[in-house]
Design a protein around this ligand. Structure first.
Ligand SMILES: [Zn+2]
Length: 271
């Protein structure tokens, strides 16, 4: 499932193809993904020039010179392909640029989404309106976490997954950051000392940046024949590594399942 680093890598891979280019055509090969496509999507994007690409939480943002932002989410299985050899049944949106480059949004399970929002009101509409800060932004640090978690009795893991506390974190990188910081996933958030929250904020940035770097280098060194962007084999610390040695203390990594979601952690060194 694509998480923040995969979305960031995708945006970086799309930027050289799209930035400054005019959208020659946009083909919608079905009416919806998780939600229906906006009815005026084709009309508003055809002929528009792309001015910037960016990311907010797990959403990719493509700004145009008409004041619109094309917002995409990769859901469970979405990815963009650059200049695909052929368009298949899972390619639902195909964009062609004025340079004749083709981009397709491929999503077999169709949990992704595509929306069009006025750029100047992006931060005012759902889901962006209620979102906390970006984990890689300057605002996000130990001081912020200490304020946001003060008096909260919920487990730290649940609050890090709450998009109102911090935007764009998913299960994989929350498990890994808690391991790196040596904090037990079930610990009551409000009871964690300031010094440990400082370490936690640094650990979150570190696991995300490492994954983005890995994605960036796989993008540079390894272009798949189908042009797929954004997926790469990550070296996770504890996620998906039940029974393997903890990278901090070598005790076996444990896995716990609550409400269908796995938590990977080390019971020996995460307190
Ligand atoms: Zn350990």
């Amino acid at each position: 499932m694509p998480e923040l680093p995969e979305v960031e890598t995708t945006v970086r891979g799309l930027a050289p193809v799209l930035e400054g280019r005019r959208i020659e055509s946009i083909e919608l090969r079905r009416a919806d993904l998780r939600r229906p496509f906006p009815v005026d999507l084709r009309q508003r994007l055809t002929g528009a020039r792309v001015t910037a690409l960016s990311r907010r939480a797990k959403y990719g943002l493509i700004d145009t010179d008409r004041g619109d932002t094309f917002v995409f989410h990769l859901g469970m299985s979405g990815s963009w392909r650059v200049d695909p050899v052929e368009i298949g049944k899972h390619d639902h949106v195909v964009i062609e640029t004025d340079e004749g480059r083709r981009l397709s949004l491929n999503d077999p399970r169709r949990f992704g989404s595509v929306d069009l929002v006025r750029s100047d009101s992006l931060e005012l509409v759902p889901p962006f309106a209620a979102m906390g800060p970006e984990p890689l932004g300057q605002e996000f640090d130990g001081n912020y976490l200490s304020r946001a978690l003060q008096g909260r009795k919920a487990p730290i893991k649940a609050l890090l997954l709450d998009q109102r506390v911090v935007a764009g974190l998913g299960n994989i990188y929350v498990c890994d950051a808690l391991n790196l910081a040596g904090i037990a996933p079930g610990k009551a958030a409000g009871g964690i000392s300031k010094a440990r929250l400082v370490r936690l904020a640094e650990a979150i940035k570190s696991v995300l940046l490492e994954a983005i770097e890995a994605g960036g280098s796989s993008l540079r060194n390894y272009v798949r024949p189908d042009g797929e962007l954004g997926y790469f084999s990550s070296k996770w610390r504890v996620y998906g590594r039940e029974g393997k040695p903890c990278p901090r203390c070598s005790a076996p990594v444990l896995r716990r399942v609550d409400s269908g979601r796995s938590t990977f952690y080390c019971a020996k060194c995460q307190r």
